[in-house]
Write a protein that binds this ligand. Structure first.
Ligand SMILES: NC(=O)c1ccc[n+]([C@@H]2O[C@H](COP(=O)([O-])OP(=O)(O)OC[C@H]3O[C@@H](n4cnc5c(N)ncnc54)[C@H](OP(=O)(O)O)[C@@H]3O)[C@@H](O)[C@H]2O)c1
Length: 313
């Protein structure tokens, strides 16, 4: 048997990276070994991983350079919702790319999204411009950083992720009781399909990309568990919860005004996904995602495991 190759996992204590840690640990081929990168190796979440942990910070390139020493691959993710700064996200991507180049990393998986400005120039009046130069700050900054990795010379796969179904548990997107007492699932997607995925499966697909190696280097790979309309999701929720759930499409304008941090960013995101449905779904083929991870969950399967955790309001 060959010696397992080290994979440094940024965000190992989080949703996507945590999925990759579990995927590598449960992989019978034992092709890889995890080095979990965290700001705080003493945290409960880091200790619970049961793998090698190394302290590093995305804001500190020297710490990343040290953390990447001797690794074959790196999974890199940024945490936009912690700081809401696209500039910081881009700087963190630059730090990862610089450190990976210096450490001679052979395969970097960059967890990214589209730079929507390639479809919609800023200032066209199509949607409100946010933070002076973005349509969808958390997407545009990631897409912009794809070029940072390309320019660094690090062999990279740009992994385009999808809407986490886990948002229904952690991001306030679960069905709520309407005035008539019935459950209502609201999303600003009209009748269009939303590519979604169990967040943990992003990590499993990333393992498939590391295993595929050269086949995916220099490529952009989009993944999703299913492409579902709001009605499809409401029907699955009804099945899982054992009571009817009605889908209600919220207008983008209304969503923008909901007032929670990031509401405008997310409203623009949904508008982009709605208006460019065929591009957005088309670049996230289910068949390829399943090829990367045979156990890819459907929304029904995810709900069977997590339905009871939905905070129904
Ligand atoms: N929610 C969605 O539907 C969705 C869809 C597509 C993409 N995304 C993107 O997913 C990203 C978040 O990924 P996630 O949900 O997997 O993460 P998460 O569960 O929110 O956890 C964040 C992770 O990032 C690490 N981290 C944060 N700041 C760090 C820093 N300065 N240095 C080192 N590590 C740092 C944390 O590690 P420690 O705390 O241990 O240091 C933690 O493991 C966001 O950028 C978001 O835009 C979300």
């Amino acid at each position: 048997m060959n010696t397992p190759k080290n994979i440094a996992v940024i965000g190992a204590t989080g949703a996507q990276g945590g999925g990759l840690v579990r995927a590598i640990q449960s992989d019978p081929s034992r092709a890889f070994k995890v080095r979990a990168i965290t700001r705080n190796p003493a945290s409960e979440q880091a200790r619970a991983l049961g793998v090698e942990t190394v302290q590093a910070n995305l804001d500190d390139v020297a710490s990343l350079r040290e953390a990447f020493d001797g690794v074959h691959g790196v999974f890199g993710v940024t945490a936009f919702w912690e700081h809401f700064s696209p500039e910081r996200e881009r700087a963190q991507a630059q730090a990862m790319a610089t450190a990976a180049a210096a450490a001679g990393v052979e395969h970097f998986i960059w967890s990214t999204l589209e730079d929507t400005r390639r479809w919609l120039p800023v200032g066209s009046g199509y949607m409100p411009t946010l933070m002076h130069k973005y349509n969808v700050p958390h997407m545009d900054a990631k897409g912009e950083a794809d070029e940072v990795f390309a320019a660094s010379g690090v062999p990279t796969t740009a992994l385009r992720t999808s809407f986490f179904w886990d948002n229904l548990i952690h991001f306030g997107m679960a069905p709520r009781r309407g005035a008539d007492g019935g459950l209502v699932f609201s999303l600003p997607m009209g009748t269009k399909k939303l590519p979604g995925i169990a967040a943990v499966d992003i990590g499993h697909c990333a393992l498939g990309v590391f295993k595929g190696g050269d086949a995916y280097i220099g490529k952009t790979v989009g993944i999703a568990g299913e492409h579902l309309t709001g009605d499809d999701m409401a029907a699955a929720l009804s099945r899982a919860l054992g009571e009817p759930v009605r889908y209600e499409s919220i207008p983008f304008e209304v969503y923008r005004g909901l007032g929670f941090p990031g509401a405008e960013d997310l409203a623009n995101m949904f508008q982009f996904k709605h208006d460019f449905e065929s591009d957005f779904c088309g670049s996230r083929p289910i068949a390829l995602s399943r090829q990367l991870h045979a156990g890819l969950q459907t929304f029904d399967q995810w709900l069977a495991r997590h339905g009871s955790a939905l905070p129904l309001g």
